[in-house]
Design a binder for this molecule. Structure first.
Ligand SMILES: Nc1nc2c(ncn2[C@@H]2O[C@H](COP(=O)(O)OP(=O)(O)OP(=O)(O)O)[C@@H](O)[C@H]2O)c(=O)[nH]1
Ligand SMILES: [Mg+2]
Length: 578
């Protein structure tokens, strides 16, 4: 933490914090605006590292003039002419300047060499064409305190050039915009000029290569355009078309007004400090709205991730509901399960003499089915396959619904893979295991429902089995649903005995409470199964790396920058008053 009252340090601290917040915020979901946010984020990060932080750390460092403009406008020629040496190559092949050239007084070269400014560019001492290098040249003709950076063209056909030019302009204390009589109305430069003006960057302009005959007309038109863009306060230098000398330099008398303007700036440390302040303040002030748009994009990411997750959860809630309903509406008590149940409890004589008392009934039931292992196994597997089918169908529906819901969301569509349009590959296996585990659990429940000794009066394994199956059947029917004799008859024949047993079972409190527990257990297992299914989608959004807190972190960081800026202004104001 900075010490109180050290406004410049406060601001640097706040900007460093802001850079951290920008660094950690990603815009991974394919939303409209995400690309822009990513680009803006890296531009801001670059500007903080390239310019704002090093400049604030060394307010007295030499003023950097970045010479920018369209290709072939004569930027390199102009820089060479201003420093009276061929420091930057001039060419007929466009674009010529691909790697920036920085020319400064020998007295200032240590500062530029040490690499605080534009730290991402490797310093070289010989010309090259790698965009991530900075060719450092000293020119004795150049006064200390002022340096020129010859940038690649701003409207280049070469992507890397354009990006680098924008990065370099963001690192300028002063932008010397060079255009020609032929090119000054081009759109791209005006767009950049507008950004620079909004940001408060100090700007000077050179209208180069003006044919004397057209000078008045062109100059007047450019002045109009400058006024339109509220840039009429920027110094404008008009250079007539001329012949370059053997060295490729412009005649000294033509460049004299520019040279002396820069000479005065170099000699006047206050004037230089004012230019630096203007650009710096403007750049810091412009951070607020830019960071707000990053924060908005970050919020959109978080909202989208949440919306995608909610679509997943909603589909699997639906699947859960579907299973619950199927258990409630007796749907599972039809067909194969009912047929096996009838077989299981048997028909005829046995039940005809049954008394209404349930305990006795159960004993009889147990006795009746004793020694009939086949129907037992068949009923169990009918229950199993019925349940597995239900789970598989519900999971398939949920996967389809999720995929369809994601497909209609731009970020969701980008995250979808073909596996995500269907249930997990091992779902059938897991569903089978789930049902078998549940069945085992029900038997265990019957075996250990110790409170009711009566219940498993005959605790033989077979009795447990029979009771367990009855409990499973009760789960399928639910307490709310007792099939009537008619329904049973319609569904599976005229087996009155089976119906009686059912009625007896559902009427029995002990069976009902076991069934309630068994049902809860089954639904709990189904929940976990569907959670695992849903997790496949949720993992996609989670690994995208969206954090709901990033938007507010950015805002808070921008607020601290603003506060530190106000503090710095007040300190500057107090100093000025002294
Ligand atoms: N006759 C004449 N030629 C000039 C003038 N200024 C530049 N040139 C020539 O125009 C061509 C382009 O000039 P450069 O200085 O390389 O232009 P640049 O703006 O640096 O171009 P890039 O590096 O491609 O962006 C060269 O052949 C120069 O010699 C001028 O005022 N008069
Ligand atoms: Mg050039």
């Amino acid at each position: 933490m900075p010490t109180a009252g050290d406004a410049g340090t406060d601001l640097r601290w706040a900007l460093t914090r802001l850079r951290g917040a920008i660094d950690v915020t990603a815009y991974p979901l394919a939303l409209p605006g995400a690309d822009e946010a990513r680009q803006l984020g890296s531009a801001l990060r670059a500007q903080l590292a390239d310019y704002l932080l090093p400049r604030l750390a060394r307010l007295d460092a030499p003023l950097l003039v970045v010479v920018g403009g369209s290709t072939g406008a004569g930027k390199s020629t102009l820089v060479n002419s201003l420093v009276q040496a061929r420091v930057s190559s001039v060419g007929v092949l466009r674009p010529t300047t691909r790697s920036p050239v920085l020319v400064c007084s020998p007295l200032d070269s240590a500062w530029f060499r040490q690499g605080d400014l534009l730290p991402g560019l490797t310093r070289t001492t010989s010309p090259g064409d790698q965009p991530d290098t900075l060719h450092l040249v000293t020119a004795p003709a150049l006064p200390a305190g002022l340096a020129f950076l010859d940038a690649p063209d701003i409207d280049s056909v070469v992507d890397a050039n354009r990006a680098l030019a924008a990065q370099l302009l963001a690192a300028a204390d002063l932008w010397l915009f060079v255009t020609t009589a032929a090119r000054y109305a081009d759109a791209v430069p005006w767009e950049l000029l507008r950004t620079a003006r909004l940001r408060g960057t100090a700007i000077a302009l050179v209208l180069d290569r003006v044919p004397p005959a057209a000078a008045d007309e062109v100059t007047a038109h450019l002045a109009e355009m400058l006024a339109e863009h509220q840039l009429d306060a920027a110094p404008l230098f008009v250079l007539p078309e001329t012949v370059v000398d053997g060295q490729g330099l412009l005649p000294g008398r033509l460049t004299e007004p520019l040279r002396s303007w820069f000479g005065r700036l170099a000699a006047d440390s206050e004037a230089r400090a004012a230019v630096i302040r203007q650009t710096l303040d403007g750049a810091v002030a412009a951070l607020g709205p830019a960071v707000e748009s990053l924060a908005t994009a970050a919020d959109q990411q978080a909202n989208a991730a949440q919306a995608l997750d909610e679509r997943v959860r909603s589909a699997y809630r639906g699947a859960r509901r579907c299973v619950e309903e199927a258990l409630r509406d007796g749907r599972l008590l039809r067909g194969e399960v009912l047929a096996r149940w009838q077989e299981f409890v048997g028909t005829g004589e046995l039940f005809r003499t049954l008394e209404a008392r349930v305990g006795q009934l159960r004993d009889r039931l147990v006795a009746a089915v004793t020694g009939r292992p086949a129907p037992n196994a068949q009923l169990r597997s009918a229950i199993e396959s019925q349940l597995v089918t239900l789970l598989r169908e519900s999971a398939a529906t949920a996967a389809e619904q999720t995929a369809a819901a994601w497909q209609t969301h731009p970020a969701g569509a980008a995250l979808l893979t073909s596996e995500l349009s269907r249930p997990g590959e091992d779902l059938p296996e897991r569903a089978e295991r789930l049902v078998r585990d549940w069945q085992r659990g029900v038997l265990e429940l019957v075996r250990t429902s110790g409170g009711d000794k009566r219940f498993v009066a005959r605790s033989a394994a077979y009795a447990v089995n029979a009771t367990g199956l009855a409990v499973m059947i009760a789960v399928f029917a639910s307490t709310a649903f007792i099939p009537t004799g008619l329904e049973v008859a319609a569904a599976g024949g005229t087996t009155v005995a089976a119906q009686k047993v059912l009625e007896a079972i559902f009427g029995d409190q002990a069976t009902r409470s076991l069934a309630t527990r068994a049902r809860a257990e089954l639904l709990g297992m189904v929940d976990r199964l569907f959670e695992e299914e849903a997790a496949r989608y949720l993992a996609r959004t989670a690994t995208a790396g969206v954090d709901a807190g990033h938007g507010d972190q950015l805002r808070e960081a921008a607020r601290l920058v603003d506060a530190a800026r106000d503090g710095a202004d007040q300190t500057a104001g107090a100093e000025a008053a002294r």
